[in-house]
Design a protein around this ligand. Structure first.
Ligand code: ADP
Length: 244
């Protein structure tokens, strides 16, 4: 039987008593590359933040490989939405990526030559090696996003959550990112991505969850990615020409 990476039961989350996620039941199988799609304000970011324990639900529960997030922290990597992190302290791109290795080292030990090599390799992978000494605050949003991706890579997690990694990046970067995501899946990792471009879903992902406050549908792209579910989710008559 396939292993479940994330199991969400009866999850309801509210801001100021207004529910933005309603009674969500969702299981994400291990090893999928999954898109979460839905209109603005559907609760996509909220769902990821709830899985990661950043937001406290008013009802329901989440487990990651059978345990609460608190116990699985070191197996989980998170790339937040572009521009959502405020860098008011001086730190270089390399420092940020090195931070990703701390989880493995514990608090006392300092990162050494091996960690630095790994961080530099990750920066190269995302095409940011030449910016390694640059202050993170002096990078564009898209460049910061790539540095975060590099940090997630050195974390060597089992499951990756990414909130709109393609937002505002150029075509070359988009290809670089999707290649990395596909590599992660090939290595058996589970990758969960908030995604906006409905046209690229069939090309990039093998699993999809439709969300609009409630869970509309979840499953293999080949089976459930069709106009009906898109219309249910976006509320208007959706027609995407999907190549299968
Ligand atoms: P999505 O990622 O799908 O665009 P979000 O999860 O960011 O949606 O937001 C879901 C809803 O919750 C929206 O209506 C948004 O306005 C609201 N919301 C998000 N963050 C907050 C917050 N910190 N305080 C109050 N309301 C919020």
């Amino acid at each position: 039987m396939e292993k479940i990476a994330v199991k969400i039961d009866d999850l309801t989350v509210a801001y100021n008593y207004k529910p933005v996620l309603w009674d969500i039941d969702l299981q994400i199988p291990e090893g999928v590359l999954m898109a979460i799609v839905g209109p603005n304000g559907a609760g996509k970011s909220t769902l990821i933040k709830s899985i990661l324990g950043i937001l406290k639900p008013i009802a329901g529960s989440v487990s990651i490989f059978g345990k609460p997030y608190k116990k699985q922290r070191k197996h989980v990597a998170y790339v937040p939405q572009k521009g959502s992190v405020d860098w008011d302290f001086p730190t270089t791109a390399l420092d940020v990526v090195m931070m990703g290795t701390y989880g493995k080292l514990g608090w006392i030990k300092r990162p050494g030559v091996k960690q630095k090599k790994k961080a530099l390799e990750a920066l190269e992978k995302v095409g940011m090696l030449s910016f390694k000494g640059r202050q993170i605050s002096q990078l564009s949003g898209g460049q910061q996003q790539r540095v975060f991706l590099a940090r997630a890579l050195v974390q060597d997690a089992s499951i990756y959550f990414m909130d709109e990694p393609f937002q505002g990046v150029d075509a070359t970067t988009e290809v670089a990112i999707i290649n990395i995501l596909k590599e992660l899946r090939k290595a058996g990792k589970t990758v969960v991505v908030v995604h906006h471009d409905l046209q690229t879903v069939p090309e990039y992902f093998d699993w999809v969850t439709f969300l609009n406050v409630k869970k509309i549908a979840t499953g293999p792209v080949k089976v459930i990615y069709h106009d009906d579910n898109l219309t249910k989710t976006y509320g208007i008559n959706y027609k995407v020409s999907i190549q299968k």
